[in-house]
Write a protein that binds this ligand. Structure first.
Ligand SMILES: NC(=O)c1ccc[n+]([C@@H]2O[C@H](COP(=O)([O-])OP(=O)(O)OC[C@H]3O[C@@H](n4cnc5c(N)ncnc54)[C@H](O)[C@@H]3O)[C@@H](O)[C@H]2O)c1
Ligand SMILES: [Zn+2]
Length: 365
């Protein structure tokens, strides 16, 4: 069976395919055997995902002759810690997992980041396959090679870049995801359309009923287009700078909303759609993005039931969180804005007054 990659990531350190196909999980064992890794596969997952999809993953691997171990971590962001990583190292040592034995990250972004960091560091690096199971992880986290965990003082402070052997995106796995988490993932798909692909925007508009019903064919189209956008950007620029910064569209305000609200009120994707609404407002106020494009972005976000405003967050708290974020990055405030749809620019000269007006326009006053 020939399987064509939807996209390929090529960086200075590696080149690997992203496959997007309903049922592609069944091909995992065969693809891994063709990659000539060791014969002991360790699947890292979380409790919820392992109970929903662990058995199918095991079958795919065992059918191709792998010995399979499934290690689970607790569900949720709190498990994205060095303590979790240490527990996994302990298990890998006990199991005498060797340098050529592959790790399979089966889960959302938390599992992907933890398993990726373990794969990057255990025995100075073992083969890794990402099998993202949340829409957010398919659209974003599984592509690009960023791995890492949180420190009690801040998110994603510890990590490394580590590219997988391949990424397998099976849209049928999304059937078990809860509704709010499912819709959240559209934030990053919409973002990829807004920064780089008007065709993807058209598709997300036209096919929203099928996509909201988790139709496998429609998801395959949308995820493949989205993967091409992210793959092209991270291929051009593995490390954070220039083009990779475009992926932060909406994220300046989103990160501040998440920090100021204690990471509880808003899911990441929800904070991003509010942040993109603010970024579009700034773009318009600076004479770039026109009124109809701003409206189009808002309608698209509305369509997927995602927010375009936050209530009850004082502006001073948001501005303070943005200042801290900027200080940590040792940088000036660099805004990703849109000159037009699919035409991003980075601007460091946005006046405070314009930022304040844009925040007010998304309910942050
Ligand atoms: N490495 C990167 O480039 C990158 C990019 C974006 C986000 N991230 C990280 O990703 C994380 C967020 O990812 P997420 O939203 O996937 O969170 P997550 O991994 O916590 O998954 C969300 C929830 O959905 C459940 N779940 C996932 N797939 C499921 C399925 N198919 N069926 C049933 N339940 C399922 C999980 O158990 C979890 O409770 C954050 O830690 C973020 O920092 C990393
Ligand atoms: Zn994001």
């Amino acid at each position: 069976v020939d399987l064509e990659p939807a996209a390929t990531v090529t960086t200075g350190s590696a080149s690997y395919p992203i496959y997007v196909k309903p049922g592609v999980l069944a091909d995992l064992g065969r693809l891994l055997r063709e990659a000539k890794t060791g014969r002991r596969a360790v699947v890292i997952s979380d409790d919820a995902v392992a109970s929903a999809h662990g058995a199918a993953t095991r079958t795919s691997l065992e059918d191709s002759g792998f010995m399979v171990e499934i290690l689970t971590i607790p569900q949720g962001e709190a498990a994205k810690s060095l303590a979790t990583v240490e527990n996994i190292y302990d298990r890998l040592v006990e199991l005498a997992v060797e340098r050529s034995d592959p790790l399979v990250a089966l889960g959302g972004g938390v599992v992907g980041d933890v398993a990726g960091f373990v794969a990057a560091t255990y025995l100075r690096g073992v083969p890794l396959v990402h099998v993202p199971t949340s829409l957010l992880a398919m659209a974003d986290a599984a592509i690009g090679g960023k791995t890492g965990v949180n420190h009690p003082r801040g998110k994603n402070l510890i990590g490394s870049f580590y590219q997988p052997l391949m990424v397998l995106e099976d849209p049928t796995l999304l059937a078990t995801l809860d509704d709010r988490a499912y819709r959240e993932g559209f934030a990053e798909l919409i973002k990829h359309g807004l920064i780089a692909d008007v065709g993807l925007l058209n598709y997300l508009e036209k096919e929203s009923p099928a996509l909201l019903q988790r139709d496998g064919g429609a998801l395959t189209e949308a995820l493949a287009a989205s993967a091409r956008v992210k793959a092209a950007i991270v291929s051009a620029d593995e490390r954070e700078s220039d083009r990779r910064t475009w992926l932060n569209y909406g994220h300046t305000v989103a990160h501040a909303i998440e920090a100021a609200s204690g990471y509880e009120t808003f899911l990441h994707g929800e904070a991003v759609t509010i942040g993109m609404t603010a970024a579009a407002a700034i773009s318009h106020k600076l004479g770039m993005l026109d009124e109809s494009a701003v409206r189009r972005q808002r309608h698209l976000i509305d369509h997927y039931g995602l927010p375009t405003a936050a209530e009850g967050l004082p502006r001073v708290r948001i501005l303070e969180a943005m200042r801290l974020d900027k200080k940590r990055a040792n940088d000036q405030q660099r805004w990703v804005l849109l000159e037009a749809l699919a035409s991003p620019v980075i601007r460091a000269d946005v006046p405070d007054r314009v930022v304040a007006e844009a925040l007010a326009s998304v309910g942050i006053a």
